[in-house]
Ligand binder design. Structure first.
Ligand SMILES: Nc1nc2c(ncn2[C@@H]2O[C@H](COP(=O)(O)OP(=O)(O)OP(=O)(O)O)[C@@H](O)[C@H]2O)c(=O)[nH]1
Length: 310
């Protein structure tokens, strides 16, 4: 059965129209689309509902008009010629999204026209526990685990198949299980992937509403610190994913931090608002994370929170 899936067609890249631009924006905004296209990756275990989600997105968004562009293969999503601004890439059920995410991200660093928007992981509510089994008894990480660990959004699909058994509680238990792997992903429950587009596409991950403490960091020192954490793997800490917002010394811009494995970027996102509390908040997802090592190495200038687990 696995061989069958390995021989599947290459992933499908599908354009996702961007939401309508507000009227008050300057005309140049709508006439002059950005030079890059964003790629949303849809991943998930075998049979979880990836195609169902892609079809749902297509049918929901079809009124806006779209083009389906075949991608040359996993890990190398490219827009077809034209003015597409956003694509959807479906991986095979056995895919570990890390290399794909890294490639897309690296492309962005190299100023390619393709950037990684987000990773949506579809989870089969009925079989999730089974798929994660083995994780607890060994150091191995099944694909189902990695797919959740890398997700920005988890669609907890097929809840119809469990609601007749244990009802509401078991959905909540599964949510907890997903949160224990990745507490920064948002979780959307669904039957046949019938989700609202606004819950899964064009999301803003950093809205600054859960900021907590005013601090600021020196950008050069911070880069040295994060490189040490991501690249040197001190104390066997292995970081899969890292996200954060940073208050950089001598800058009035809120910066965002993103990392997938060894690749990271820190970019100015927007100006801090006048009444906003400027803070640093970093979330790590990985293996063997040691909060005290992280905190001590960064000293007291950054607020840090470890939300997931060894
Ligand atoms: N009962 C139930 N069945 C579902 C649901 N979502 C999808 N299915 C069914 O599950 C099967 C697999 O769905 P797909 O969308 O093909 O899953 P996939 O992840 O693309 O599958 P692979 O590409 O084979 O890994 C299909 O028969 C769907 O009709 C759901 O919420 N409830």
């Amino acid at each position: 059965m696995e061989d069958e899936h390995l021989e599947e067609e290459p992933p499908l890249a599908v354009e996702i129209p961007l939401p309508a631009l507000p009227n008050h924006l300057p005309a140049v905004y709508s006439e002059d689309p950005p030079a890059t296209v964003g790629v949303t990756v849809v991943t998930g275990y075998l049979g979880a509902g990836k195609s169902t989600l892609v079809n749902h997105i297509l049918s929901t968004e079809s009124r806006r008009g779209k083009r389906i562009a075949p991608s040359p293969g996993a890990g190398a999503a490219r827009p077809a010629e034209g003015t597409a601004r956003s694509y959807l890439l479906e991986t095979t059920g056995l895919a570990n999204p890390a290399p794909l995410a890294s490639v897309l991200w690296l492309d962005e660093q190299l100023e390619s026209s393709v950037t990684l928007d987000s990773i949506i992981t579809v989870v089969d509510a009925k079989n999730l526990r089974l798929q994660l089994r083995g994780r607890r008894d060994s150091d191995s990480f099944p694909e189902a685990f990695l797919q959740i660990a890398f997700a920005d959004v988890v669609v907890l699909n097929k809840v119809d198949l469990i609601s007749n058994e244990n009802g509401h509680d078991s959905v909540e238990e599964l949510k907890k299980e997903i949160k224990s792997i990745n507490s920064i992903a948002s979780i959307v429950r669904a039957v046949r992937c019938q989700v609202n587009m606004s819950d899964i596409l064009h999301r803003r991950d950093y809205d600054g509403t859960h900021l907590a403490r005013r601090t600021s960091v020196d950008l050069d020192k911070f880069r040295a610190w994060i490189e040490d954490i991501l690249w040197e793997k001190q104390h066997s800490m292995d970081i899969y994913r890292c996200k954060g917002i940073l208050s950089i010394r001598d800058s009035e811009m809120l910066h965002t931090l993103q990392a997938v494995r060894e690749i990271y970027e820190i970019v100015p996102a927007r100006k801090w608002k006048e009444d906003e509390r400027q803070t640093n908040k970093i979330v790590f997802i990985g293996h063997n994370l040691d909060e005290s090592v992280l905190l001590n190495s960064l000293k007291s200038c950054t607020l840090m929170k470890r939300l997931s687990v060894s």
